[in-house]
Ligand binder design. Structure first.
Ligand SMILES: C[S@@+](CC[C@H](N)C(=O)[O-])C[C@H]1O[C@@H](n2cnc3c(N)ncnc32)[C@H](O)[C@@H]1O
Length: 236
């Protein structure tokens, strides 16, 4: 059976428009709530094909995106080719968390690390803890990790679909959303979702992670379209 990592490495087209719109929504919330500013030096772990990077152009000082899909990284680089302060790197699937240490060795530091809609594809909670630990090492003093779109239980799917439906009507991509819903039903994503499930983390478990890592934990006001999911801010 393939893993979530293998699934993403195959550069799935299923999400194109819906993911782009959802990510633009997050970029607007991040800037509106001043979670990123024109001074921000951002690391985006699991950056996908560069939707967040594209939406943050001109709104932040610098951006470094990493992902396990070489194809996504190539697409993201292409989108940002006119922005030399926007850089990208592909990490190996089995070593994506440990590979953050290569950035540490290069002396890179960030004031904002964004992990958006990624950890639900991890095998186990310990991987999330390891990721946060490695991210903490890359933070400048007073920097923050924004861990967004965390699934705390599997019950909110309908609520999330309705939120995206409403947004798609208001923002005129309803037909893309409809096509997405039809295709998604038969997709490998849906098969994997049933067989492997998505990783869930409760608020209590997140509090325990933050305590172990000696990070302050705040729950952010809704910054993603998925209403059932939770976004956290962890401050060093
Ligand atoms: C739902 S997409 C979100 C992409 C992007 N963060 C956004 O919101 O536009 C999930 C992303 O996580 C990446 N991903 C999944 N597992 C990963 C891992 N172990 N290490 C790094 N990236 C991973 C996938 O390749 C994919 O780009």
């Amino acid at each position: 059976m393939i893993s979530w990592g293998n699934y993403w490495q195959e550069n799935p087209k299923l999400f194109t428009t819906v993911m782009e719109k959802s990510t633009e929504y997050v970029a607007n919330k991040l800037t509106h709530n001043q979670l990123v500013t024109t001074n921000s030096q951002v690391l985006d772990f699991g950056c996908g094909p560069g939707y967040l990077a594209n939406a943050l152009k001109g709104r932040i000082a610098s951006y470094f995106g990493v992902d396990i899909s070489a194809q996504y990284i190539a697409t993201a680089k292409d989108k940002c080719r006119d922005h030399p302060n926007f850089q990208f790197k592909a990490f190996p699937l089995e070593e994506s968390i440990n590979s953050l240490s290569t950035l540490e060795l290069e002396g890179k530091k960030f004031d904002t690390i964004i992990i958006l809609s990624v950890v639900q594809y991890f095998e186990k909670q310990q991987d999330v803890l390891n990721l946060l630990e490695n991210c903490k090492r890359l933070l400048k003093s007073g920097g923050k990790i924004i861990l967004a779109d965390v699934i705390s239980d599997e019950k909110g799917l309908i609520k999330d679909i309705l939120a995206i439906l409403a947004h798609s009507i208001k923002n005129r991509y309803f037909f893309h959303f409809l096509k997405f819903m039809v295709v998604a039903k038969q997709s490998k994503y849906n098969q994997l979702r049933k067989s492997k499930k998505l990783l869930t983390i409760s608020q209590t478990e997140m509090r325990s992670f933050a305590k172990q890592l000696q990070l302050e934990l705040d729950i952010l006001p809704t910054i993603t379209m998925q209403r059932s999911r939770i976004s956290y801010c962890l401050v060093s």
